[in-house]
Every structure is written in C-alpha cells, then in structure tokens.
Design a protein around this ligand. Sequence first.
Ligand SMILES: Nc1ncnc2c1ncn2[C@@H]1O[C@H](COP(=O)(O)OP(=O)(O)OP(=O)(O)O)[C@@H](O)[C@H]1O
Ligand SMILES: [Mg+2]
Length: 272
Amino acid sequence: MDRIITKQGEIKRIPLYIQGLDEVMEGGIPEGYITLICGAAGTMKSSVCFNTLYNEALKGKTAVYFTLEQSYPSLLNHVINMGYDLTKVNILLINDLSNIGANIAQLKNSKKGTLIFADLGCIRKEIKDAKIATSQNAGWLNVIKNLIKKVKTDLGVDMVVIDSLSALYVLSKFENPRIELFYVFEFLREMQVTSYLISEMPLDGSRYSEYGVEDFLCDGIIYIRLSQFRRNVVREVSIVKMRSTSVKTDIFSLEFKNGKFYALYGGQNPLL
Ligand SMILES: Nc1ncnc2c1ncn2[C@@H]1O[C@H](COP(=O)(O)OP(=O)(O)OP(=O)(O)O)[C@@H](O)[C@H]1O
Ligand SMILES: [Mg+2]
C-alpha cells in the first residue's frame, strides 16, 4: 500500500475472520500488507490463512496458496474435514508448470472467487526431473514470482500465502538474507497483494522468524502458541504488531467451533 490516505479510517482492511480478533484490530489487516503468521507445529497457522482466503474467495477474491511442504491433498483434506465447503469457490491445483495459462483462462469469466494451490513439492520434483539446477536461489524464487505475475496478469490476484518461509529457506539457501529478503518483500509490495507468510519460530522464541530481519520487514505479526495450563494445552493468539492499526495486544484463546474461528477471553486469566 503506497497511496497516502486523506483521513483516518480510510484504510481498506481484510479481516482474519477470527471473531474477537478482527474487532481489536480495526476490522482486519490493511490491504497490501505483508503479515507473518508465526507459531510452532500444529498451531493452526495453515488453517488460519486458509480461513481468510476462503472467506475472501466467497466475496469473489482470487488468492494463491503456495504449499512448499504439505501436499495439497493433505491440506485440502484437512480443511474439508474442518467443514469448509469447497464447492462454493473455484479451486485450481497447480502441480506442474505446463498448462497453467490454459487452466487460469478457464476461470476468467467465473463469478465465484478462486483459490489457486501451487504445490511446490510436486513442482520441485518436476524441476529436478528436468535437471534444472534447484540449488540456485533465483530458480525457486522465480517459480513463485512468475506464478504470481502470471495470475495477476491473467486473472488478477488479491492475496498470497507462502506456507512456509522455513521451507522456502530450505529450498533456496539465502546467502545474504537481509538483502535477498528485502527484495522478496519489495516484490510482494509491488504486486500489490496482501501476503501471509507462515513462519515456524525458532524454539528459543527469541524472534518470530528464521533470520529476524523478516520481523522488521513485515507490516504485521500474528503469533499463535500452545500454552500449557495444568493438564490442558490450549492455543493462544495475539497480535504482536500491525502497522497503521490500533491493536489490543491481549493474549486470546484461539478456538475453532462449528466452522468458525474465535478469539476468546482476551486479557483474562484462564478459567479454572
Ligand atoms: N475441526 C478440526 N478438524 C481437523 N483438525 C483440527 C480441527 N480443529 C483443530 N484441528 C487441529 O488443527 C491442527 C493442524 O492445523 P494446521 O495444519 O493448520 O496447523 P499448522 O500450524 O499449519 O501445522 P504444521 O506446523 O504441521 O504446518 C491439528 O493439530 C488438528 O488437531
Ligand atoms: Mg501448516
């Protein structure tokens, strides 16, 4: 977002569709922002991102979800099991690099919103088979960048998820993360997409991302953790930062009930 607003409240926002959390962040994440969704394994990072994309797709938006580790059947099975009705949106699965244009073209005149899942695990295999050097950073980032550009040109794209940054780092070892990441973030801003970068936090909890530089480059950080209370483990969510937004930084319990996410009991002690 590089347009300067003329008055308070003019920023367009995309809700997280987490009841109780959107209300304490002026309605959602500003359009065009890059947000880290951080947390340990199994904290529902992917589900939270999918939930936003799905609800926006119901309103006609287009999004690309890059899955780098988890295969798309596994991801889709997970969300179908959670109760999302995927027949209400167009789902396009990309697991090879040929035919992308034709597949996207078919969706051009659709009235429904579109979720595109790019399975980089499959594409990785394809690139390997084709003996294209995968060790080159540029190779991997270019696959992601070119796909975003292609969808933007052919269909328009509103939102992008990269699941996960940690997996991206395994694929493309950044020699100079500060500089290379700066350009990745710049690219996403230039594309004017709202981006969600899933980040598996280092175990010592000292930073929200692998290199730490992402914490400063991003516009927002949502942190999900597992918290132990007596013999229960609960998921908790908090907004660590969100630029241009008045936020309540309370810690909330994160629950998923009847097809909907809730942030509950913000700032209160857990119920005994
Ligand atoms: N209704 C439900 N259906 C299926 N899974 C659910 C449901 N409610 C909660 N879950 C939990 O969601 C968790 C997985 O969510 P998700 O894959 O989004 O997490 P993640 O943080 O992305 O995990 P990973 O670190 O493996 O990528 C599981 O631990 C599962 O127990
Ligand atoms: Mg995940």
